[in-house]
Design a binder for this molecule. Structure first.
Ligand code: KIV
Ligand code: ZN
Length: 501
């Protein structure tokens, strides 16, 4: 009988700490609902004390998500714990996750606290969190570079104060698999009361070992893995959820574990996160990269055609990859759009659907028909831009020629304000972005620009991702349109709006 492993998703917290990602409340709600459909056990919805936006997102997710545990992060200080509870208190199944560093390097240079003080802070934090909430998780940050004997004492204190989950982070992604597994075994063997709690692991991917370390830890006694969709997270990211889950599923024969993940939702979730965060998935990424099930060499193709298992260890359908047969045209109605969006896993409110339908009509008029990928891109573009302050209401571009440089005129609107600005640039995209900058009076440096066609064909929707540095803050923006200049202007404005927010 396989043993159950719990999946703690931190895409909305550690994942959102990836440089340039800044999700709005509506986007976070959409992701949380998809994570619930995916069947994760815990959604770490944010770090409420860090900003009003994070607080609001955790509060709204707590109100909306009823089946999955909703978690909020808090440093081991009273005000963080109070704020986390304030955001979580309406959740059906709340969890407070509190943490403090335990390595000497952090104690000496960052916290400037003695070991005894840290133990006391951990005790106070867990006991305060428990006074609000029956479910508390405790993490000793930088555990893998901490003195094991001290670590055991801190963990024992957390258990005594009522923490039900002890999470062991490899905060800087320093551990190697046999070492990390031995560390977990040391905890299982030496910490008093460890058999009364769930042991979790949280591995960063600085050496590309986060998934291997997490699986090694399960074999040594851990029963929960903290991970993020597409491996998002601080620096090189966290253990990738889809890789951990599929390793457990495909190698159940060897590992003897199972999760509650609905694996057929994996591909959809990965795409949603990529489209909303602006972080593209590399083509050769395990499980969800676009080449993960592609066979290039003749020998492999021949083998797979004769018998799939010759070169495939997983069936693409297990992660929800199926040929999409959805096509909507300019005569399709609102109801058809709603139905197809729901098939793709997007449940819009009625007023949102009205707006999305308008945008769908505009595009269908230009393009004739829209495929499933196009429809999804439109819906997500709508979710991404809903609630953003400035909207692009009109634009006009001139490609220039011998006499005149390329130029663009954009009109932006927010509530009852309207600004129109014209600018010239090196090309039409440059001119449109310059006009936005001048209209809003901001300085921004373009770090990167990329464009992809959502589906094939010359009339394909263009999906533009930009990375901007605005006053030292790096933000990613994304925009979709049939015209690449419009898609670029939308992406640019999306990034600028994030900084304004
Ligand atoms: O990496 C880390 O140590 C963390 C903790 C807050 C769990 O993200
Ligand atoms: Zn982390």
């Amino acid at each position: 009988m396989a043993e159950r492993v719990y999946i703690f998703d931190t895409t909305l917290r550690d994942g959102e700490q990836s440089p340039g990602i800044s999700l709005g409340v509506r986007e976070k709600l959409e992701i949380a609902e998809q994570l619930q459909r995916l069947g994760v056990d815990i959604i770490e919805a944010g770090f409420p004390a860090t900003s009003k936006g994070d607080f609001e997102a955790v509060r709204r997710i707590s109100e909306k998500i009823s089946e999955t545990v909703v978690c909020g992060l808090a440093r081991a200080v009273p005000s963080d714990i109070d704020t986390a509870w304030e955001a979580l208190k309406n959740a059906e199944r709340p969890l407070i996750h509190t943490f403090i560093s335990t390595s000497d390097v952090h104690l000496e240079h960052q916290l400037r606290k003695s070991r005894e003080e840290v133990i006391e802070m951990a005790r106070q934090a867990v006991s305060r969190a428990r006074s609000y909430c029956p479910h508390v998780e405790f993490s000793p940050m930088d555990a893998t570079r901490s003195d094991p004997e001290f670590l055991y004492r801190v963990l024992e204190a957390a258990i005594e104060e009522g923490a039900g989950i002890l999470n062991i982070p490899d905060t800087v992604g320093y551990a190697v698999p046999d070492e990390f597994a031995a560390m977990i075994k040391g905890i299982m063997d030496n910490v008093k009361g460890i058999d009364t709690v769930r042991v979790s692991v949280h591995c960063h991917n600085d050496l590309g070992l986060a998934v291997a370390n997490s699986i090694g830890a399960l074999r040594a006694g851990a029963r929960q893995v903290e991970c993020a969709i597409n491996g998002l997270g601080e620096r090189a990211g966290n253990a990738s959820l889809e890789e951990v889950v599929m390793a457990i599923k495909v190698r159940e024969d060897r590992l003897g574990f199972e999760t509650g993940i609905v694996t057929t939702e994996i591909s959809k979730t990965s795409r949603l996160i990529s489209l909303l965060t602006g972080y593209n998935v590399q083509a050769n990424k395990a499980i969800v990269g676009k080449n993960a099930f592609a066979h290039e060499s003749g020998i492999h193709q021949d083998g797979v055609l004769k018998e799939r298992t010759t070169y495939e260890i997983m069936d693409a359908r297990t992660i929800g990859l199926t040929e999409s047969d959805i096509v909507l045209g300019k005569h399709s109605g609102r109801h058809a759009l709603k139905e197809q969006l729901e098939r793709l896993g997007h449940y819009l409110e009625e007023d949102e659907l009205d707006e999305a339908f308008k945008r769908f009509k505009e595009l269908a008029d230009k393009k004739g028909s829209l495929s499933g990928d196009d429809i999804e891109a439109v819906a997500l573009d709508f979710i991404r831009t809903e609630g953003q302050e400035w909207k692009l209401s009109a634009y006009e571009v001139h490609s220039g020629g011998h006499q005149a440089p390329p130029s663009a005129t954009v009109t932006l609107e927010r509530e009852d304000e309207r600004v129109t600005e014209r600018a010239v640039g090196d090309g039409m995209v440059d001119a449109a972005c310059m006009a936005i900058r001048e209209a809003l009076g901001i300085k921004a440096r373009l770090i990167s620009f990329s464009i992809e066609a959502i589906t094939g064909g010359l009339d394909a929707l263009g999906d533009v991702t930009v990375q901007l540095d605005i006053g030292g803050r790096v933000v990613v923006g994304r925009g979709v349109a049939t015209d690449v200049v419009e898609a670029s202007a939308r992406a640019y404005l999306n990034a600028v709006n994030k900084v304004i927010r």
